[in-house]
Design a protein around this ligand. Structure first.
Ligand SMILES: Nc1ncnc2c1ncn2[C@@H]1O[C@H](COP(=O)(O)OP(=O)(O)OP(=O)(O)O)[C@@H](O)[C@H]1O
Ligand SMILES: [Mg+2]
Length: 419
């Protein structure tokens, strides 16, 4: 339920970020576009005012008209201006050297007849941007001529560049917005993880309590059954056929006893007596324990002097189960290898067997309580190992050997206390 709520919250956060970013970007793009339109309109307005003034001046028929026109075009904003007849012959140019040269303009005549003024952005030969405004001049003698005014765009484009500078601000705002969003998302995810961990540990604690009560009851009842069975067994003559039956009962009782013992160990709340623990001696101690006497040869390759910071009794139990598991799957053949070396802040212990390895479908269930493929196993060995290894700040994994058949149980433990 909680996880569903968190997922909804995360999706909502992501959607909010996406929508707000999209709307900010859209608004900024719109702003830039309208700034450009405004700048075009401003230039067109200036050009039109200049053109009308010039037309009025020329219509006045004044002798000094050309000089006046030249003065009008002396404005800083004008790059150049010209007047040409319908054949493209330049009658007037702000650069006097170009007067009586030819303008290369197609369909000039047709355009003059249509009588429509128009403006467009161009690039000058100098590479600078400019605004070209073409205006049909109507002269008093009824002739039409082209008045072309080319304006520098930089004064009008200041609005555009201001709008473009907005992109930096927008970029920064979006960056901050997404950074905050990602931070929130991380916090949500962390919260979710903690919540799940808490739920799981609560569940485990409950199962643990139930199991512990059940196991105690079973053990007590079993104690009486065992004692009474042993007593009858002792009283029986060795030739009595019932004695064979009783030995089966006793074996069964022992099996239940070991199961209950494992259950109690698995379900109890662990406390750890963490201390620096030399790796070589603890491995040797496990190998030399009674249950491995007469087993296949166990070969060790241990980096001298390495230590872990762990609970000795628990490490002993984990290694015991790991080695037992390995020996149980090996039938003759190669020796069992135990390797240990230091890896940065960690010590890595590997129990490498030459058994059949782990089938694909087993991999995800290996550390699940009660998962076993053995007739006499409880399936608690690896589950317990995982619980305590993680409790000591380490990691445990079981996988197929990358080079030959067989499995590797890898145990990682910290060298020093966690800060
Ligand atoms: N070295 C290995 N190679 C192949 N399979 C393994 C190996 N070690 C463990 N397994 C598989 O993982 C299962 C679980 O192991 P685990 O130690 O948890 O329980 P178990 O050995 O079956 O019983 P228990 O340890 O409680 O007596 C085993 O039954 C076995 O199928
Ligand atoms: Mg085992």
């Amino acid at each position: 339920m909680h996880s569903f709520r968190f997922t909804v919250l995360r999706v909502a956060l992501f959607l909010f970020l996406l929508l707000s970013s999209a709307s900010i970007l859209y608004t900024t793009a719109q702003n830039t576009r309208s700034a450009r339109e405004l700048s075009d309109q401003a230039m067109e307005g200036t050009a039109l005012t200049l053109a009308s003034t010039v037309e009025a001046e020329l219509r006045s028929g004044d002798q000094l008209a050309t000089q006046h026109v030249r003065r009008i075009f002396s404005d800083r904003v004008v790059a150049y201006a010209l007047v040409s007849d319908k054949k493209g012959g330049i009658q007037f140019h702000t650069n006097p050297g170009l007067i009586e040269t030819q303008l290369k303009e197609e369909k000039l005549d047709q355009w003059l007849q249509s009588g429509k003024a128009y403006g467009r952005r161009i690039t000058l030969r100098t590479g600078l941007p400019a605004f070209e405004f073409n205006y049909p001049l109507h002269l008093p003698d009824g002739r039409s001529e082209l008045l072309r005014i080319v304006l520098h765009t930089y004064p009008a484009d200041q609005i555009v560049s201001k709008a473009q500078r907005m992109w930096w601000t927008v970029g920064l705002v979006l960056l901050i917005l997404w950074a905050i969003g990602i931070l929130f998302d991380r916090m949500f995810a962390r919260q979710l993880r903690l919540q799940k961990k808490l739920q799981r540990s609560e569940q485990l604690a409950l199962i643990g309590q139930m199991t512990a009560v059940l196991a105690h009851e079973i053990r007590n009842a079993l104690g009486s059954i065992k004692g009474y069975t042993q007593w009858i067994n002792e009283k029986m003559e060795s030739s009595d056929p019932i004695k064979t039956g009783l030995s089966f009962v006793l074996k069964g009782i022992e099996r239940i006893e070991s199961l209950v013992r494992d259950l109690l160990i698995f379900s109890r709340e662990e406390t750890y007596r963490l201390e620096p623990l030399a790796v070589d001696p603890i491995i040797q101690e496990v190998i030399n324990s009674e249950i491995f006497q007469g087993e296949k040869k166990i070969e060790t390759t241990i980096e001298p002097g390495i230590q872990v910071f762990a609970d000795k009794e628990k490490v002993h139990r984990i290694l015991l189960n790991g080695i037992q598991n390995a020996l149980q799957v090996m039938e003759g053949g190669r020796d069992l290898q135990i390797k240990a070396d230091s890896k940065g802040k960690w010590v890595e212990i590997r129990i490498e067997d030459s058994g059949p390895g782990i089938p694909e479908e087993e991999c995800s269930r290996l550390f699940t309580p009660f998962h076993t493929t053995k007739t006499t196993g409880t399936g608690l060995g690896l589950a317990y190992s995982k619980k305590v290894i993680e409790g000591m700040g380490g990691e445990i994994s079981l996988f197929n050997h990358p080079e030959h058949t067989g499995a590797v149980l890898k145990i990682k433990l910290p060298k020093t206390a966690r800060s």
